[in-house]
Design a protein around this ligand. Structure first.
Ligand SMILES: [Fe+2]
Ligand SMILES: [Fe+2]
Length: 391
């Protein structure tokens, strides 16, 4: 059996790595490609934001797991200490004594091979396949390959592969800036966002796509309007426009769920709810929505909390909490008596607008004979008191 070994830190595994697998597969027609993420790279310092080995292994499974003939191996993850390729090759040779082993590497790696731990072992037991990523077959590489063959024997072949424009380090930097999605497979990206690997922030366009999938179509204009209004409010009052947009996009993410589905979500995320809240579906979505946004879409605690209180309000709200509450109330598709006055107040006196918004909600509920939650009554009192103190 012809077994290709493709090792690396895969930090994170990106589309360039997937492209490399396809190039190797086309060129060598192997029976199996083993993708082996490194536990501890012997030659380079792993960046400080590297996720734990088990998480990189999971990302690799998501990136490569569905490519026919590819198997992601935890062989190096299971071994203590630095991940020397020579140890891996010897281990594989012991496991598959009759197989032909081909070890894939980049040109930088072949040039530094003699600084590796026991290069002679690698060349004795494996064919080396050097990936030329759009590079011409330069003289330095050819000369070095000739030197290695002469010194150690063994076989070294060259494989042409397309250039990939981004390095893993660039992708890690992009993820922190709410970018980089284009360089990752969908499953890898969703996992990185969910787990907050690399301190990644979700791209707003990706969050919008996910929200649209989960919302009733009629609610989409409201949600997008709310996100835009929240950003406008940050322009007036300060705060983080990205956080405001993310909160707006995700605030009604569980609104479509039935009461049973809401309760299942409470169960899933370990949310304890009192019976009064449980009986009011309208307010339950703020609790489950906050949990889904935080657990699945990697938002910050501030965004989670803004979603958590966007329907009821609460005493002592943060700026972002107020902004989301009000954006939800006054976004451009909202039509109700008094909306213009409330809109106007939102941009003149944010606490005054909170007090008015809460008053309007409480009056509306009372008029309908619906219960007013204690937390909303407390919020109203808190804002009213603040006004009393400032005048
Ligand atoms: Fe809502
Ligand atoms: Fe809403």
């Amino acid at each position: 059996m012809r077994r290709v070994v493709y090792g690396g830190t895969f930090n994170p595994p990106h589309l360039g790595h997937i492209q490399a697998v396809h190039s190797v597969s086309n060129a060598l027609k192997p029976d199996k490609i083993l993708v082996i993420p490194t536990n501890l790279a012997p030659h380079k310092e792993m960046s400080s934001d590297t996720p734990p080995p088990a998480e990189r292994l999971e990302l690799c499974r998501l990136a490569f797991g569905e490519i026919p003939g590819v198997e992601v191996s935890s062989l190096e993850m299971r071994r203590e200490g630095k991940s020397y390729t020579s140890d891996t090759i010897l281990e594989l040779k012991a496991m598959y004594p009759r197989d032909e082993l081909i070890f894939v590497m980049g040109t930088d790696m072949i040039l530094s091979l003699e600084t590796w731990h026991m290069p002679e072992v690698i060349l004795e037991h494996a064919v080396l396949a050097v990936l030329l990523r759009g590079e011409p077959e330069d003289d330095r590489v050819s000369a070095h390959i000739a030197h290695l063959k002469q010194r150690y024997g063994g076989e070294i072949i060259l494989i042409q592969a397309p250039v990939y424009p981004m390095a893993s380090s660039d992708i890690r930097a992009a993820l922190k800036q709410a970018a980089g999605r284009a360089f990752l497979s969908e499953k890898v990206y969703a996992r990185i966002i969910k787990k907050r690997d690399y301190a990644a922030k979700a791209e707003l366009s990706w969050l919008k796509d996910r929200a649209v999938e989960l919302l009733a179509p009629k609610r989409v204009p409201h949600v997008l309007g709310c996100a835009e209004e929240a950003v406008r409010l940050t322009e007036r009052w300060g705060g983080d426009a990205y956080e405001a947009a993310a909160a707006g996009i995700l605030h009604d993410i569980t609104k479509k769920c039935t009461l049973d589905e809401q309760l299942l979500l409470c169960d899933k995320y370990g949310i304890m709810i009192d019976t009064l809240v449980a009986g009011i579906e309208k307010t339950l979505h703020q609790i489950t929505g906050a949990a889904v946004a935080y657990e699945e879409f990697g938002v910050s605690e501030a965004v989670r909390d803004a979603i958590r209180w966007h329907t009821t309000g609460k005493a002592g709200m943060s700026l972002l909490e107020k902004i989301l509450y009000l954006a939800d109330y006054i976004e451009p598709t909202r039509r109700f008596d008094g909306v213009e006055a409330l809109r106007d107040l939102c941009y003149r006196d944010i606490d005054g607008a909170m007090e008015l918004g809460l008053r309007m909600t409480i009056d509306d509920l009372s008029a309908k004979g619906a219960p007013v939650l204690e937390v909303s009554a407390q919020a109203y009192d808190w804002f009213r008191q603040r006004r009393g103190e400032s005048t």
